[in-house]
Ligand binder design. Structure first.
Ligand code: UD1
Length: 364
């Protein structure tokens, strides 16, 4: 069988890496399984894309659709037009999409209209917040998906509530954690460690890129100022996403302990996370990684599509409530943070499970 594997944005790359490895493994054992890698080009900056391919040994994509930026509709439409041509030229048996970015949804729609089955990796997660473009992407993708590969029982339940038949839901664990565990021994000290004389557990890591946090000037200013105040003198390392940079450039937010950097590569970023006192973020994937690395995580959002990171992991939802932020810092500084537990099947073998299921489904 031939799978067309789609990746478009930074959080997709660490999810496809173990899937490609698992396909290659089965292929070398004589199974009739092959793939074609399509990069939509949604993320195109070197440090949001190429670096991840190099660091994670992901093969060069067979094609890059080079859609780049645009409004939600422009970007989605460009991906659809490019991907339709791709599927006409290179038909396949299955399109596999990962995560919840615009590329995930756009390629799912195109595949289904071309009569091709779709497998969605990380299916079923829901934040309940329709203001997030990702939530719309999740719902639309899952309304068309044929094979649902899930990370948690919550996701399974969301899907059955939506009417998905249980025999199409495959609880396999978390491919992002496959990549984390495989590469943990390769994490690399970033230059900023030496420049700032950072010390283990004596600094914080901050990332922000959600439209609700970074598209409005006063909101961003208030959030960063509050974090800076609560963090006392602890250095805060802030790798800045291009979306955030656009607004930050005009804000002149210069504090002694707030250190801006360009987005870091996978190995350097996770080195920083692993040795930090805590992480503050509005990302979803990072809350999964901090849970597995047992690092306290403050989520700067009101909702999460990954409730297991809060219920059993190290994550706590802060949202825009400065009291919650203050309480979380007090707990952190007084060392009252609960040790997290690792969710079921987040064990480094999820991609292998996915490919084993496909081998069964397609009787390879
Ligand atoms: C996208 C995903 C989000 C994911 C995030 C990780 C959607 C709807 N959102 O958000 O789920 O968590 O990626 O990074 O798919 N830009 C660059 N260079 C790039 C890419 C983007 O400068 O390589 C700029 C663009 O000018 C654009 C802005 O960043 O205006 C946002 O990029 P976009 O891909 O639209 O969404 P993200 O905010 O990155």
């Amino acid at each position: 069988m031939t799978i067309t594997l789609v990746a478009g944005a930074r959080p997709n790359f660490m999810k496809i890496a173990p899937i490609i490895d698992a396909i290659e493994n089965k292929k070398s054992l004589g199974f009739d399984i092959n793939y074609r890698l399509v990069h939509t080009g949604q993320h195109y900056d070197k440090n949001l894309s190429d670096t991840f391919f190099k660091e994670l040994n992901i093969p060069f994509p067979d094609i890059n659709l080079e859609v780049k930026s645009g409004s939600q509709a422009q970007q989605t439409a460009a991906i659809m037009v490019g991907f339709e041509k791709e599927l006409q030229k290179h038909p396949c048996d299955l399109v596999m999409v990962v995560g919840d970015v615009n590329s995930t949804m756009a390629c799912t729609i195109v595949a289904k209209k071309a009569g091709i089955k779709v497998a969605h990796v990380e299916a079923g997660i829901r934040s309940g917040d329709m203001n997030m473009p990702e939530e719309i992407n999740r719902i639309l993708t899952d309304s068309l998906t044929d094979y649902f590969f899930t990370t948690s029982e919550y996701a399974n339940k969301n899907l059955t509530n939506q009417g998905v038949q249980t025999n199409n839901i495959f609880f396999v664990g978390n491919v992002m954690i496959d990549t984390l565990l495989k590469n943990e021994h390769r994490f690399k000290k970033p230059e900023i460690w030496n420049t700032l004389n950072l010390e283990e557990k004596k600094y914080l890591v901050l990332t922000l890129h959600r439209p609700s946090n970074v598209d409005e000037e006063n909101q961003l200013k208030a959030l960063i100022s509050q974090i800076k105040m609560e963090a006392k003198d602890y250095p805060i390392i802030f790798p800045v996403h291009p979306r955030t940079k656009k607004l930050l450039n005009g804000l002149n937010l210069n504090f002694k302990n707030l250190h801006y950097t360009n987005p870091l590569g996978y190995l350097e970023f996770n080195f920083l996370v692993k040795h930090s006192l805590a992480v503050l973020t509005d990302s979803g994937g990072i809350t999964e990684e901090t849970t597995v690395l047992n690092i306290p995580c403050f989520t700067l959002r009101d909702t999460t599509e990954r409730p297991e990171t809060c219920n059993i992991g190290t994550n706590v939802l802060i949202g825009k409530d400065f009291n919650k932020l203050s309480n979380a810092f007090s707990k952190l500084f007084s060392r009252q943070w609960n040790k997290g537990t690792i969710p079921e099947l987040w064990d480094g073998k999820s991609a292998e499970r996915i490919i084993n299921h496909l081998i069964e489904i397609y009787k390879l």
